[in-house]
Design a protein around this ligand. Structure first.
Ligand code: DGT
Ligand code: CA
Ligand code: CA
Length: 568
């Protein structure tokens, strides 16, 4: 929490320094922000033990500011600068094409300081007339705001709040005031973003239960409170609905509040067609209660198998449950390896040794290190020679490592669809992920042709983050996925499910489509630090939401079987 708060402050200071033309200060703050947000330890602990300076990028000046923030709750320099720039940098910065300098230009000329004032300026068409902007940039800003509002305005990444919400549940459970507790809603369905949190509980003393809940550290304030329902604002900014039910209704409540709404609407129609009534308290036939205390009985009474929460999107799961043809979903515990990671040798933050150590500690049996290739300059991509020497490092690590390390690459697909490394280098690689990062155009045919050519090269194993979307800031590339899936099938190329929260790519609905082609999938955390390895769990959630069984997910193979599969 504190790490995130301070990282956000330093990001803003970097923006303001950049506006004032102090490039080096800006870089220093940016670096501190990045390492604080990925720092292993809690800042409070590091502060108490006097080890703040151990954090990469934290020198004397930044250490003093962290200390001020912890001791006095404020940083003078920040407040002083913020008075000059009362701007919501964090939101505006998320819009594609808007850096600090442009944000400042909009602020001085038009008073733009947040998304709302930007929208007003867009409505007046006053941006296109500004120096350094124009019709085109006004249009792309309009588009960027649309994308932001669709994904990024009030929703949060599941991965970002997941542990914290589980902690809240644990604290509630420890109070002994609740006989049962569950988190429902989009959180239980493992949707990649959540709008709010829905917690359900059973309690014989609801009043005390409510009181205990509102007194939790995590709660910032009460929005509304009634006898069985309460809504609070959490300190992380999310709203949380908390409802108390009787034991007899708990299954029905779980079913109802897990959603999705579309799934529920369909289910209620089935109930009606059978002369029954379904609501959050139970399933009824006339006055008679058919089911209510547990979910599975409700589904069964409607002639359906119990449906995994991840599938409840009304995308065919109800029909499949009626025909007893639901997939046996890949389990979270079946994933044995991570097939997309980076090290400090390109744009990662941790060394090979640290990444391997963390992967091993997290229980993985193998890891593919997939650093960028030279064409991606912003990520310091490796040259052919660079890969050859890095591969030798992996060879020697493999001799002493407890887990298997695969020599991988996240390879640039070049403008004409050719590949960014020599054949001889690619021969050396165990696992080749190919990716589109640059030169993507508005024309779907042209983009698709590039990708299909790479798939047909016979040199790649998997297609990384296929749509290229960045939730909240960039729409998916224009691509023809039918052609891509066909090409993958024909060439036995896999498709990646990238668990990096902003990416969550391939998205679950496309996973479900790709699955119909009989394609196999590789899961990757796209880790740029050891902390990101947990993204693999969320990649698995997308696989499950896309109906995948164990057999469709390459990462469920053990290291030997994986080696056999990728051998050419
Ligand atoms: P979110 O919070 O936007 O990420 O998505 P959910 O699915 O958690 O939605 P939320 O919190 O508004 O409501 C939780 C569940 O309650 C939702 O998934 C289904 C159920 N629900 C809410 N409103 C309705 C409704 O109008 N009709 C039906 N059938 N179910 C509803
Ligand atoms: Ca919700
Ligand atoms: Ca809700």
């Amino acid at each position: 929490m504190l790490n995130d708060e301070l990282a956000a402050i330093f990001e803003e200071m970097a923006d303001m320094e950049e506006i004032e033309g102090r490039k080096w200060q800006s870089i220093a703050y940016r670096k501190a922000a990045a390492s604080i947000s990925t720092a292993g330890g809690n800042l409070i602990d590091l502060y108490r033990s006097g080890r703040l300076r151990d954090i990469d990028g934290v020198g004397e000046a930044i250490e003093a500011k962290i200390r001020d923030y912890i001791e006095k709750g404020k940083i003078e320099k920040y407040d002083e600068m913020k008075a000059r720039y009362p701007i919501d940098f964090a939101s505006l910065r998320k819009l594609q094409g808007l850096g600090p300098k442009k944000i400042y230009a909009l602020f001085t000329a038009l008073g733009v300081k947040d998304i709302e004032t930007l929208k007003a300026a867009l409505n007046d068409h006053s941006i296109s007339g500004l120096q350094g902007f124009g019709e085109k940039s006004e249009e792309s800003l309009r588009k960027a705001v649309e994308v932001f509002e669709k994904y990024g305005a009030n929703r949060r990444f599941l991965a970002e709040i997941y542990d914290e919400i589980q902690e809240i549940k644990k604290k509630l459970a420890k109070s002994s005031l609740f006989e049962d507790l569950e988190i429902a809603g989009s959180f239980r369905r493992m949707r990649e973003t959540v709008g709010d949190i829905d917690i359900l509980g059973i309690s014989s003393n609801p009043e005390k239960g409510r009181e205990f809940f509102t007194n939790l550290d995590d709660v910032a304030g009460i929005i509304s409170s009634g006898p069985s329902k309460m809504t609070v604002r959490l300190k992380n900014g999310l709203t949380c609905d908390f409802r108390i039910f009787a034991r007899d209704s708990f299954g029905a409540a779980m079913q109802y509040f897990t959603g999705s709404k579309e799934h529920n609407v369909q289910l209620r129609e089935i109930a009606i067609s059978k002369g029954m009534k379904l609501n959050e308290y139970g399933l009824y036939e006339g006055d008679r209660v058919k089911a209510g205390s547990d979910e599975a009985t409700i589904y069964r009474a409607l002639g359906l198998e119990w449906i995994e929460p991840e599938l409840r999107e009304n995308m065919g799961e109800i029909e499949a449950a009626g025909a007893k043809r639901l997939p046996r979903l890949v389990e979270y515990g079946s994933i044995r390896g991570d097939l997309h990671t980076h090290t400090v040798d390109t744009d990662g933050r941790n060394t090979l040794e640290q990444m391997v150590g963390a992967a091993s500690a997290s229980g993985l049996e193998y890891i593919a290190i997939t650093n960028h290739s030279k064409g991606l300059k912003v990520a310091k991509g490796l040259t052919d020679e660079g890969f050859r020497s890095f591969n030798r490092k992996i060879d020697s690590m493999n001799e002493k490592s407890s887990i298997r390390i695969f020599k991988g690459v996240e390879l640039e697909i070049l403008k004409d669809g050719s590949l960014d490394l020599d054949d001889s280098t690619l021969q050396e690689m165990d696992f080749v992920l190919a990716a589109l990062h640059q030169g993507v155009v508005g024309d779907a045919n042209e983009n698709t042709a590039r990708v299909v050519k790479a798939i047909g090269s016979g040199k790649i194993h998997s297609l990384a983050h296929p749509t290229g979307r960045l939730i909240g800031s960039r729409e998916a590339y224009r691509l023809n996925f039918e052609r891509i899936f066909e090409a993958c099938k024909e060439n036995q190329v896999f498709i990646e499910i990238n668990g990096y929260p902003e990416r969550s790519d391939l998205p679950f609905d496309l996973v479900k489509k790709a699955r119909e082609y009989g394609i196999l999938f590789t899961l990757g955390s796209d880790s740029h630090s050891t902390k990101d390895l947990r993204n693999l769990h969320f990649a698995t959630a997308i696989a499950r939401r896309g109906w995948l069984d164990k057999e469709s997910v390459v990462n469920t193979l053990n290291a030997d079987h994986f080696t056999n599969l990728i051998r050419r």
